[in-house]
Design a protein around this ligand. Structure first.
Ligand SMILES: [Ca+2]
Length: 509
C-alpha cells in the first residue's frame, strides 16, 4: 500500500484524526539527518508479551481477567488466526523483527546478525528513517535479570535500550527462586513458592525441559520487573509525546513467561476450583507422531494442573495491569490520533492441551499468538483471516507511509485494518524437534505439518472447521489424500532451506 492509499484508509474512517499529524509546537527533538523527513509520520507503541497465548477475555476465555487487553481490542482490529513463525522466543522475535520466516540461519542461541551480517531489523529501519527508537525490557532476548551477559539486543536498532532489570526482584526471565541465585530463604518478598520442576518428565522432544515454578510476591506492581519496564516506557512516552521526531517504543514484558511470579493479589483473583482443564478424547494422541509433542507432564495431578493454570492466569492478569497503565498513558497524552499500538507475543503456551505445558509445539495453543492493532483510522473489528508475525514488519512500514524496497516474507495487514474481512494467509510456522524440522501450514480451515524431510518422521492433518482442537490426525486417512497433497504443495516452496541435515542447535531457549 502506498502513502496515498494509506491516507485514504485513515481519512475514510476518522476525518480530523488522520495522518500526517501537524507538527507539534513543543519539544525540539535531537537533530538527526532524517528528522525532517520523519516529521508527521505516526508513532508506534509495540507491546510484546512473553509466552502469552490466546487465552484472553477478548479471545473468548471466560475465566481469565484481562480487562485492559480487552479494552485495546475494543478499539482496534483483533486477529483471530495470528501465528508466530517459530514457537520459541529468539527465533520468533528475530523473525517478526526482520519480516523473514525462520530458516537454518535463525539459530536458537545466537544473534541473527552473526548469520546475516547485513540483516535489517524493523526498529533499525525506522531509526534510519528518522524515528526515535526505544527498547524497554525484552525485545530480542535477555539472558537474566541479574546480568546483561548474553543480551541479544542489537545496537543498530535503538536510541534508548533499557533491560528493565531490577536487582532487588528476581522474578525476571531465567531466574529460579528454588535454586539460583540466592535460594528461597533469602527472599523475604515471597509469599509462597511452589516448584513443579520434578513433575515434568524429560521425555519431551526439546532437551531443555526446564522449570515450572510459581511464586506469589509481597511486592507492589511497580516493584516487579514488568512494573519497572512499564514505568520506563511511560516516561519515554511522556518525554517524546510532543517531539517532532516520531517514536517507535517497544515495551517487552516478561510475563507470563515462567517463572510464574506476580504480586500475590493476582493469584487471589482466581480460585483453583474454577480452573478448567482440557477435556480430551482418550487416545486421540495415538494417531499423532510422537515427535510432535514436547514438554509433557504425565505425573501432575489434576490439582497441580489447576494450580498451574491459575498461576499462568495470575501472571497474565499481572501483565494486563501493566498494559492498562500504558493505555492510560496513551489517553493522558492524547496520543491516539497519531500513534499505532500493536500488542502481540512471541508465541503461545500450552496449558495442558495434548498433555503439554509449554511452547515449541506446532499445535495452535503454542503456534498462535494474540495480535491487536489499534490507532488512527482503524475501526474496531475482528479479522478471521490467517496471518503471521512476519506480516508486522511490512504492516508498520505501510502505516508509517514509507516505501521499503527490500523483500520480506510477510505481507502488509493494512487491508485487514481497513476491512477485517479482507482475505490473507496462509501462515507458516516451523520448529526443530530433536533431529527433525516440523513444518506447518495453517489456513482458516486446515493445518498440515510435516516432520523431517518429505514427512519422513511423520505428518499431521487437522480439519480445523470440524476438529478445532486438533484431536483427529487425518494425515494417513486415504479420504483426505487430496487435501494433504494440496496443502503440501503450498508448504513445500516455503521450506526450501530447512533440511534435517542442518547442524542446528536444538536446545530450548
Ligand atoms: Ca517467549
Amino acid at each position: 500500500m502506498d502513502r496515498r492509499e494509506f491516507l485514504k484508509l485513515a481519512a475514510s474512517v476518522s476525518a480530523g484524526a488522520v495522518l500526517p499529524v501537524a507538527d507539534r509546537a513543543l519539544g525540539a527533538s535531537a537533530s538527526a539527518p532524517a528528522d525532517s523527513a520523519a516529521r508527521g509520520r505516526p508513532n508506534f507503541l509495540f507491546i510484546v508479551c512473553d509466552d502469552l497465548n490466546q487465552a484472553l477475555g477478548c479471545y473468548g476465555n471466560s475465566v481469565v481477567k484481562t480487562p485492559n487487553i480487552d479494552r485495546l481490542a475494543a478499539r482496534g482490529v483483533r486477529f483471530e488466526r495470528a501465528h508466530c513463525n517459530y514457537p520459541l522466543c529468539l527465533p520468533s522475535r528475530h523473525s517478526f523483527l526482520t519480516g523473514l520466516r525462520p530458516d537454518a540461519r535463525f539459530e536458537l542461541h545466537k544473534p541473527l546478525r552473526e548469520s546475516i551480517p547485513d540483516v535489517e531489523y524493523l526498529p533499525q529501519y525506522l531509526r534510519e528513517q528518522g524515528y526515535f527508537t526505544a527498547r524497554i525490557g525484552k525485545a530480542f532476548h535477555t539472558a537474566s535479570i541479574f546480568t546483561e551477559n548474553g543480551s541479544y539486543e542489537d545496537a543498530a536498532c535503538w536510541d534508548l535500550s533499557e533491560s528493565g532489570v531490577t536487582r532487588d526482584n528476581p522474578d525476571g526471565y531465567g531466574t529460579l527462586y528454588a535454586s539460583i541465585p540466592r535460594g528461597v530463604k533469602e527472599h523475604p518478598e515471597l509469599s509462597e513458592l511452589v516448584a513443579f520442576r520434578d513433575l515434568l518428565n524429560n521425555t519431551g522432544n526439546c532437551p531443555g525441559d526446564y522449570w515450572i515454578e510459581r511464586a506469589g510476591l509481597k511486592l507492589d506492581d511497580a516493584q516487579t520487573v514488568d512494573g519497572n519496564i512499564c514505568g520506563i516506557a511511560r516516561q519515554v512516552l511522556t518525554t517524546h509525546a510532543d517531539e517532532k521526531r516520531p517514536f517507535f517504543v517497544l515495551a517487552g514484558f516478561r510475563r507470563p513467561h515462567e517463572i510464574w511470579a506476580a504480586p500475590e493479589k493476582y493469584f487471589q483473583m482466581y480460585s483453583t476450583d474454577e480452573m478448567k482443564l482440557p477435556e480430551e478424547p482418550p487416545g486421540h494422541d495415538k494417531l499423532v507422531p510422537e515427535i510432535a509433542f514436547t514438554r509433557r507432564a504425565p505425573n501432575m495431578t489434576d490439582a497441580q494442573r489447576k494450580m498451574a493454570v491459575q498461576s499462568y492466569y495470575a501472571c497474565v492478569s499481572s501483565v494486563d495491569h501493566q498494559i492498562g497503565l500504558l493505555l492510560d498513558e496513551m489517553d493522558r497524552l492524547n496520543l491516539w490520533d497519531n500513534t499505532f499500538v500493536v500488542l502481540t507475543a512471541d508465541h503461545g503456551y500450552h496449558l495442558g492441551e495434548h498433555g503439554m505445558w509449554g511452547k515449541v509445539s506446532l499445535f495452535q495453543e503454542s503456534a498462535k499468538v494474540p495480535l491487536i492493532i489499534a490507532g488512527p483510522g482503524i475501526k474496531a473489528g475482528v479479522c478471521p483471516a490467517t496471518v503471521e508475525s512476519v506480516d508486522l514488519f511490512p504492516t508498520l512500514v505501510a502505516l508509517a507511509g514509507l516505501n521499503r524496497s527490500q523483500k520480506v516474507d510477510g505481507v502488509s495487514l493494512v487491508p485487514q485494518l481497513e476491512n477485517p474481512q479482507a482475505p490473507h494467509g496462509p501462515a507458516f510456522s516451523v520448529v526443530r524437534h530433536k533431529m527433525s524440522w516440523g513444518k506447518a501450514i495453517y489456513t482458516e480451515d486446515w493445518r498440515y505439518t510435516e516432520w523431517g524431510d518429505n514427512a519422513s518422521a511423520g505428518a499431521e492433518l487437522y480439519d480445523l472447521k470440524n476438529d478445532p482442537k486438533e484431536y483427529k490426525n487425518l494425515a494417513n486417512d486415504p479420504a483426505f489424500a487430496g487435501r494433504r497433497a494440496e496443502l503440501k504443495a503450498l508448504l513445500a516452496p516455503k521450506m526450501t532451506n530447512l533440511r534435517d541435515s542442518d547442524p542446528r542447535d536444538t536446545a530450548e531457549g
